[in-house]
Design a protein around this ligand. Structure first.
Ligand code: ATP
Ligand code: MG
Length: 450
């Protein structure tokens, strides 16, 4: 087939074949070329050893651990990675091979790769821009069927490296593919092995899945494959927890509501999607059914926040990610009421943080839609307008940490214009930064002028 590859990719292929080495484009790049996606990472495999690769590209960067040489041209952000054919032996820890040897053939190298759609190679032919796809495991057929299928015996492959199970789900979600039946069965069987994998690597795959165009389908697979039970057992517990009360509308059990919320979430940020997915995760623990048949989940957002913090820690979120995740869950039950005072709205903004308000609203809307409600209500629209209005308001006397009652009490004053005058005087001092806007400081000042 005729393909126009980037200049630098062509140059790499040319230099190796001029030196009589075999060289192929492999992995995700071939998969993405064949499905018409843009390619960000270019991976190559070659018969040349790392030392030989470095003779061809003396500026290449040799990564000892993976036996990969990274080369870059001036314009590239990601290095182009060139790896010698390899064979892998013995995976006694379900994580990585005990031993790696340079392979002699492309076939050996392809056989160690995870999925058929990732185990194809592109070979340059003599004619300009002519390439052949080397497809030893039926990758093209699976691309047509939109299927993720393990290379070889899926059971063996997942027992070798348990991260491949998360990769299968993630790649399926990214491409909108299903997982082939025997491959899915093998994940179910080996799901517990995911515990052997470093949590940051599991998190990375889960975030990629959530960031994909199909996060809801990806999370369904996550559940059906048994991996949810291993990685997020708190979420698995939410399924089957009923919410229906007489006279109140709740279409779904807690777990299904969470899935439907994720499905409805309009943010593309995996962290916001994740927060949406678990926002009610404290409900199972706070479930109460009153004699009237009414079900309550008193204080569930506080318990949800605790669980969210555990999850963030377990999956090694950064501090910044943890703060945002926990904040979105802690305040997701915020009140929307046209009778709210400006200061209540200001308190909301302070709790959630200005930078998180848009995402907080994404979560709220997803929560509504995921419960069968309409996307918005006039109250929510009013609230959004007031959020903007309140932020435009300048700092006023009403933002002081004491009010007229404090003044009257501290100074034994009766209501009257004097109270306002004193508040104004305090306000001036706070604006001039002579006083801090703290209750204690302001009361002390009142006592001083008494
Ligand atoms: P993307 O770069 O879009 O995440 P990719 O398929 O290129 O997808 P990489 O992690 O860059 O994924 O890996 C490159 C190739 O290496 C894969 O296509 C696959 O052939 C192989 N590979 C990666 N991880 C594994 C693994 N755990 N087991 C077996 N083969 C793997
Ligand atoms: Mg890649």
């Amino acid at each position: 087939m005729k393909i126009q590859l980037p200049e630098f990719v062509q140059e790499i292929l040319k230099k190796f074949s001029e030196n009589n080495y075999e060289i192929y484009v492999v992995g995700g790049a071939v998969r993405d070329l064949l499905t018409g996606r843009s390619v960000d990472d270019w991976d190559f495999t070659t018969s040349a050893t790392p030392e030989e690769i470095l003779k061809i590209f003396p500026d290449g960067f040799y990564d000892n651990e993976f036996g990969t040489v990274g080369v870059s041209d001036a314009s590239s952000t990601n290095p182009y990675e060139i790896t010698t054919f390899r064979k892998e032996f013995g995976y006694s820890d379900a994580r990585r091979p005990d031993r790696v040897e340079w392979g002699k053939t492309l076939k050996e190298d392809m056989a160690r790769r995870d999925f058929t759609i990732n185990a194809m190679a592109l070979e340059k032919l003599k004619a300009d821009h002519e390439y052949e796809i080397v497809d030893l495991f039926g990758g093209q057929k699976d691309l047509d069927k939109k299927m993720v299928r393990a290379v070889g015996d899926a059971n063996v492959r997942f027992a070798e490296d348990a991260l491949r199970m998360m990769r299968a789900l993630r790649i399926a979600a990214e491409l909108g593919f299903t997982i082939e039946e025997a491959t899915l069965e093998a994940i179910k069987k080996n799901a517990a092995l995911i515990g052997k994998i470093a949590r940051e690597r599991v998190k990375e795959e889960l975030f990629k899945l959530l960031a994909s165009p199909n996060p809801y389908e990806g999370i369904l697979l996550f559940r059906n494959s048994g991996l949810m039970q291993e990685i997020l057992p708190e979420l698995e517990k939410a399924f089957g927890v009923e919410q229906k009360s007489p006279g109140r509308h709740h279409l779904y059990d807690v777990g299904t509501h969470l899935l439907m919320s994720l499905k409805a979430c309009k943010s593309t940020d995996p962290l916001v999607r994740f927060a949406t997915l678990i926002h009610d995760i404290g409900k199972p623990a706070t479930y109460k059914k009153l004699p009237t048949g009414v079900i309550t989940f008193y204080n569930h957002e506080v318990i949800s926040t605790k669980i969210a913090r555990n999850i963030a820690e377990r999956l090694r979120f950064s501090n910044e990610e943890t703060d945002k995740f926990v904040t979105l869950i802690r305040w997701h039950q915020f009140t929307v009421d046209e009778r709210q005072t400006d200061s209540a709205i200001r308190r909301f903004i302070k709790n959630v943080g200005k930078e998180n308000i848009t995402d907080m609203l994404y979560l709220r809307v997803a929560d509504r839609l995921g419960g069968g409600a309409r996307e918005t209500s006039w109250r929510l629209e009013e609230f959004k307008k007031r959020l903007i209005e309140v932020q435009k308001q300048p700092f006023t006397v009403r933002d002081l940490k004491i009010d007229g009652n404090d003044v009257m009490k501290t100074l034994d004053l009766a209501p009257g214009p004097k109270v306002g005058e004193i508040l104004n005087a305090l306000f001036e001092k706070v604006v001039e930064k002579e006083l801090a806007n703290e209750k204690e400081v302001l009361v002390k000042e009142l006592k001083r002028i008494k």
